[in-house]
Write a protein of this length. Structure first.
Length: 120
């Protein structure tokens, strides 16, 4: 997975990236993520000051979220939690679609074109 960080208004050092990357890698275990774009901002003229936006390039529609909070840790936890919920919701929808597709191709009926009751 390719991760691109855009960090504004913060000291963008290696330890910050090392703290963020493993949490994104955990999401990669749930769904194949081709790329991730992370925007972290500290806006002193806004309250709450910290803002985070994440865009995940995944199979199907991309997943994205944004959050704002008073600390960097709190905003990041909100973003990761929201991404995790979106991924789980998508997996649940896919699972229910697979179940409904199986039930649609149920037993042979008179209109299905298949023999009924063993008659040919």
């Amino acid at each position: 997975m390719k991760i691109r960080f855009r960090i504004r208004g913060l000291n963008a050092n290696a330890s910050l990236r090392a703290w963020l990357e493993p949490q994104l890698e955990r999401l990669h275990r749930l769904i194949p993520v081709h790329a991730a774009e992370v925007v972290l901002e500290r806006q002193l003229d806004h309250a709450p000051a910290f803002c985070a936006q994440v865009h995940l390039a995944v199979p199907g529609p991309d997943i994205h979220t944004a959050a704002r909070d008073h600390t960097l840790e709190a905003v990041w936890l909100k973003v990761v939690k929201n991404l995790h919920q979106q991924i789980e919701r998508r997996k649940g929808r896919q699972h229910s679609k697979q179940k409904s597709n199986r039930s649609v191709s149920g037993p042979a009926t008179r209109w299905s074109g298949l023999p009924v009751g063993g008659r040919i």
